[in-house]
Design a protein around this ligand. Structure first.
Ligand code: MN
Length: 433
């Protein structure tokens, strides 16, 4: 498990003035990402610090960092660096924290900073495979109730971290337009489907998990080692076409209702940065089965949860034109919504010998709180379209309309720690092509 060290010291300040008190990227965070300043092909690894980005490719060409890290940090994606594993990740964090806080390095490091406002962000790595899980128990219960009022949770949910293989080619970084998908739509009252633009376009509020060190094909990842295979976290929006989904999902699960786009926030928040925000997993309700031994780990149950505040805002085209602030759709704490921890997800994924690789992306599944104020999808907020919500200015929404901008937010707040954020994950819905 990651430890609290000098990099988390609330008293530590950066000589990058904008980092001190920054809502997302103080020196206690130091998330990794990939950016370009000129040609979009000229991708570089960087670390966010306040409203600046430290160019790690440029840093790799100096004598300020370990020579064994230089190759991986000079590449155009984070896969090789993720493969270095947790000891190097921790050591790099300590080094970056020193370089950005100690005035003795300022003269050499300051020229390697770029303005975050002037860059283009890219996917943090090549995503070889993307898997989406379904560990949010309140979401699973809420959605299950719409289809099976008496039996919302299927019996496997409390034994198996449920997941499906998604599509990596359509994972994009925040800001990618959301072209309304087309597909087969069959309302319950229709005899047969037709083909056309999705009428029930939705989002799913999720956390993304990036795999660090992989496992060889045929090998498993013991639960006690799973945390060492996680390189970091991001926000993930599993855009969902509910009408397509309802018609296609049986018997094999999600397909075209999901794979038209998945958006992620650009910055990878490391497990080290999240160490002060570790929390116990929510206790299993009385009568629930204990996890099978391969998914059972006392240390993970004691500290495998994350105290992350999640929020979702919606801003319609009319609201933006009127200068109205975005409408808060939901707010809440994700940790309590995960029935399975990140470590259990990773261990289960590899439990049959499936090889995970550095840079693979895993979605947690929609994270809804138990309260109606923290629901992670419009399917739940509008009760399948039966209870539309009112937006400022008089509009209503059951599902997303063309022109809507939908944004996910995450922030970690805890007494005695400096607040850190994930940045945001956003997309504007465009008319079907
Ligand atoms: Mn999902």
């Amino acid at each position: 498990m990651t430890m609290i060290d000098e990099t988390h010291d609330p008293a530590r300040l950066s000589w990058v003035d904008s980092a001190n008190g920054h809502a997302d990227f103080p020196i206690q965070n130091l998330p990794l990402g990939v950016f370009s300043t000129g040609f979009p092909e000229d991708k570089r690894i960087g670390v966010a610090i306040g409203d600046k980005i430290l160019d790690l490719r440029a840093l790799a060409h100096t004598d300020l960092i370990d020579e064994h890290w230089r190759l991986a940090l000079s590449l155009e994606g984070l896969n090789a660096w993720f493969g270095h594993g947790p000891a190097d990740a921790t050591a790099l964090r300590k080094r970056l924290s020193a370089l950005l806080s100690d005035d003795q390095y300022r003269a050499k490091v300051e020229p390697l900073l770029v303005d975050a406002a002037k860059v283009t962000m890219h996917l943090p790595c090549h995503i070889g495979d993307y898997t989406d899980f379904y560990v949010g128990i309140h979401h699973a219960t809420n959605v299950g109730k719409q289809f099976r009022p008496d039996n919302p949770l299927l019996p496997n949910f409390k034994y198996v971290p449920i997941g499906y293989h998604g599509r990596a080619s359509s994972v994009r970084v925040s800001g990618e337009p959301v072209v309304r998908p087309k597909g087969q739509r069959k309302p319950p009252e229709a005899d047969a489907p037709d083909y056309g633009p999705c009428r029930r376009l939705d989002y799913e509020l999720e956390l993304g998990i990036f795999i660090g060190k992989g496992n060889a094909l045929g090998d498993t990842i013991p639960i006690g080692e799973a945390a060492d295979h996680i390189a970091g976290y991001c926000l993930l929006n599993d855009w969902s076409a509910r009408d397509l989904q309802a018609w296609e999902y049986q018997p094999l699960g999600p397909f075209l209702a999901k794979n038209f786009l998945t958006s992620i926030s650009p910055w990878v928040v490391t497990p080290d940065a999240l160490a002060p925000f570790r929390t116990a997993m929510a206790p299993r309700p009385d009568g629930d089965p204990a996890p099978l031994p391969y998914l059972s780990d006392d240390a993970d149950q004691a500290s495998g949860g994350l105290a992350v505040q999640l929020a979702v805002t919606l801003s319609s085209k009319a609201m933006r034109e009127a200068g109205t602030a975005p409408h808060m759709l939901s707010e809440g704490e994700a940790a309590s919504a995960m029935y399975w921890s990140a470590a259990q997800i990773v261990t289960h994924h590899a439990s049959n010998g499936c090889n995970l690789q550095p840079g693979d992306l895993i979605g947690t599944g929609t994270l809804s709180t138990a309260e109606r104020s923290g629901l992670g999808s419009l399917l739940e907020i509008s009760t399948g379209g039966k209870t539309p919500i009112a937006l400022p200015g008089g509009e209503t929404r059951s599902f997303l309309e063309d022109g809507d901008e939908l944004t996910l937010w995450a922030r970690c707040v805890r007494d005695g720690a400096v607040t850190i954020g994930f940045g945001s994950c956003s997309g504007v819905v465009q008319t079907a092509r």
